[in-house]
Ligand binder design. Structure first.
Ligand code: SF4
Length: 705
């Protein structure tokens, strides 16, 4: 194709939650040929990372689905279908399964990747039409602990801080977060701010990540001991009188119980559990508590744990004790994973109802029922299964049908050998994806080919609650359809939808969301698609009243809980929650002597359904590998770049060895992106609050092959 750009169109990157504004250049034939940053007040200020720079290549990448496919048995060859037949077959299967086994026997697992208008419509379809309570997102694999922790501490989900906090902070602690690889543009913003302000960057991570290499202090704690360290830091803060007493009195309850619990975590005993020295704990506690403003940020190192929710609450406890919520540079900020993990949390109804409404709340059910024209009694009164509980329920026969949307559990779930056997048991598996070669399609009966990212229009919400717009760059590929269109077509197959509205235009769907957001924490009633584009993203809340008063949308510095006692519990107070530590993970032993850790590479995203197809990403990182400490390798006679078998109690995987000091002697690290690799080995015990799996704490041994 002619590479000369005739037109640039504004959009938002569709990979990670940084939320970078992007422009896609199309040539005279309308073919996307280039990507560039936009500049100005956008979150990325004109920068893009490796994934964003080559995002235009996605549109024509290999493996795209072209037309709906159907078959009666997963052993049968696929037959080409059309949208009418495929959606009719799907609806017939849903009705058959629900009438035979009950409404909840058909489950839905969605994603953090599609546009918010699609999420909202899927929620309406799942909760108001199909009526299954077993509807969840793959965000259970990444952000569920953050959601749960925010709710427990503050009474609601919703990250209180923003990127501008980097420019005001006096101390930053990053817990299990490797920004340069996971969120490169957030890293760039943080680093720019650090160079100007000189605040200490402290990294807590068992592995020497790229962020740890650039830190002022690196605490390589024993995997899974973060809650012990948090308690020990609070022990020092309280013992030395460094807490913010006025803030605690005005904004929290539970102080006495917390104080009592952290007395058990003196630095000497905590240091032994965490594998670091006691003076380091005291030093970090003083640096953090004496800073004028201090931030905690975290990603999967905290969330993907059997006590991920407690780890988040622990960081919130630290922030509340020191008055570091709602002020510039003082926050507890979850760095989210997927481009629209926030959008699904806010609007998809996965674990509740739209606008952070709860199924458990009668008024919430009635409000949504009245607006959607659904009898509120049709809604369940409490949340159903999380994704990680849906798969075991397929094994026991409680779930017979499953619709997977933009997610690939054959690669992404822990213990994938078990997932493979589980999927075989389904009477109906529907896979909706932009790619026809996604691994999970092997067991599907219906394939719905979806338009990709900027072949559709709508919004994403990023890590700092900034709603930004994805404009359509080109028409959907071949016979693919937008997710919104697909959901509407499926809704039409059910009589129950006849009294409801299912708008096809994303801007009309956004109008419904605006209406439902009024007066909620997640108030977007002052926004429109056009205003969002004009401002290159607007952080919520931005109310209709503010817009009508001519108040300009905030430019990047919007925080939650800035006024006293404005948390979302009825009394306005945040909860300080004591966290007794129980280590219930698989830990290395004689038979399986290594910790197995996993994480992301800068070149790839999730299970490589996209980045594995783009030459400029895949050529830098085409194969899986395992980081191993050279001393541990020497003990076993293992050489650099040779292949070994890694064995866990679940299964085994063959990988190439990369000798590096990044990992300690008793740990190996394997990126999670590759099929039939690290997740064959992982155990994935679940957090009791969030149901998120502990991907990063399994035990393995290494064998020669
Ligand atoms: Fe896209 Fe994230 Fe890279 Fe920004 S940092 S360009 S949002 S992948």
């Amino acid at each position: 194709a002619d590479k000369k750009v005739e037109k640039w169109t504004y959009s938002t990157c569709g990979y990670c939650s940084t939320g970078c504004s992007i422009e896609i250049g199309t040539n005279q034939d309308g073919i996307p040929v280039s990507s560039r940053g936009v500049g100005g007040a956008d979150v990325n200020q004109g920068k893009l990372c490796l994934k964003g720079i080559f995002e235009h290549e996605l549109f024509e990448s290999p493996g795209r689905g072209t037309t709906p496919l159907i078959r009666n048995d997963f052993h049968d060859p696929w037959q080409n279908s059309d949208w009418d037949d495929a959606t009719a077959k799907m609806a017939a299967e849903i009705k058959r399964i629900q009438s035979t086994y009950g409404r909840d026997a058909f489950a839905i697992v969605s994603t953090g990747q599609i546009l918010t208008e699609g999420f909202y419509t899927l929620g309406k379809l799942a909760r108001g039409v199909i009526g299954t309570n077993n509807y969840d997102g793959n965000t259970t694999l990444c952000m569920a602990s953050a959601v749960s922790g925010y709710k427990r501490s503050f009474g609601s989900d919703g990250p209180p801080g923003c990127y501008e906090d980097f420019e005001h902070t006096d101390c930053l602690i990053a817990w299990g977060s490797n920004l340069p690889e996971q969120h490169p543009i957030i890293y760039w913003r943080m680093k720019e701010a650090q160079e100007k302000r000189g605040f200490p960057l402290i990294v807590i991570d068992p592995r020497v990540t790229m962020l740890a290499q650039n830190a002022d202090m690196h605490l390589a704690i024993t995997p899974g001991t973060d809650v012990v360290l948090q308690n020990a830091l609070m022990h020092v803060i309280l013992a030395e009188g460094l807490e913010d007493t006025d803030y605690i009195k005005a904004n929290t309850n539970g102080f006495e119980q917390l104080q009592k619990e952290v007395q058990n975590y003196d630095p000497i005993s905590a240091a032994k559990i965490c594998g670091i020295d006691e003076d380091t704990i005291r030093h970090v506690a003083r640096l953090y508590a004496k800073a004028g403003a201090a931030m905690n940020i975290w990603t999967m190192g905290i969330n993907q744990s059997t006590h991920g929710s407690d780890g988040v609450v622990g960081l919130n406890n630290l922030s509340l004790l020191t008055g570091n919520i709602g002020k510039p540079g003082g926050t507890s900020l979850s760095i989210t994973g997927q481009c629209n993990a926030m959008g699904t949390r806010e609007w998809s109804s996965c674990s509740g109802l739209p606008g952070y409404r709860a199924l458990e709340n009668k008024q919430d059910r009635e409000e949504i029922g009245a607006f959607w024209n659904v009898d509120p009694e049709f809604f369940p009164k409490k949340r159903g299964m999380a994704q990680t509980d849906i798969f075991p329920a397929i094994e026991t026969g409680a779930i017979k049908g499953l619709w997977l949307i933009g997610t690939n559990p054959m690669t992404s779930m822990p213990n994938t050998a078990r997932i493979r056997k589980t999927l075989e048991k389904l009477e109906c598996l529907v896979v909706q994806d932009s790619y026809q070669d996604v691994e999970t399609i092997e067991y599907a009966h219906i394939f719905l080919p979806a338009a990709i990212w900027a072949e559709k229009e709508g919004c994403f919400t990023n890590t700092e609650r900034r709603v930004n717009i994805v404009r359509k760059i080109k028409e959907p590929y071949a016979n693919t359809k937008t997710d919104l269109h697909i959901f509407n077509e499926i809704a039409k197959q059910f009589e129950r939808s006849e009294k409801m509205t299912f708008p096809y235009k994303p801007a009309d769907v956004f109008e419904e969301m605006r209406h439902l957001s009024k007066g909620r924490l997640v108030d977007i009633s002052g926004m429109t698609h056009d205003l969002i584009e004009k401002n290159r993203g607007i952080q919520w809340p931005y109310t209709e009243e503010q817009a009508n008063n001519g108040e300009q949308p905030p430019q990047g510095g919007k925080r939650l809980y800035t006024e006293p006692a404005t948390f979302r519990y009825a009394d306005g107070l945040a909860k300080l929650i004591p966290l007794p530590f129980i280590d219930n993970n698989e830990i290395p032993d004689e038979q399986y002597p290594f910790w197995l850790n996993s994480g992301r590479l800068v070149e790839h995203f999730h299970t490589r359904t996209r980045t594995g197809k783009i030459g400029n990403n895949n050529k830098y990182s085409p194969t899986p590998f395992m980081e191993m400490n050279p001393d541990a390798a020497a003990d076993l006679g293992i050489l650099h770049q040779t292949y070994v078998r890694v064995v866990s109690r679940r299964s085994d995987a063959v990988v190439m060895v990369m000798l590096t000091q990044r990992v300690p002697r008793n740990m190996v690290f394997i990126p999670f992106h590759f099929f039939d690799c690290v997740n064959r080995l992982t155990l994935g015990l679940l957090d009791p609050h969030s149901r998120q799996p502990a991907f990063k704490q399994s035990a393995v041994r290494i064998e020669h092959i």
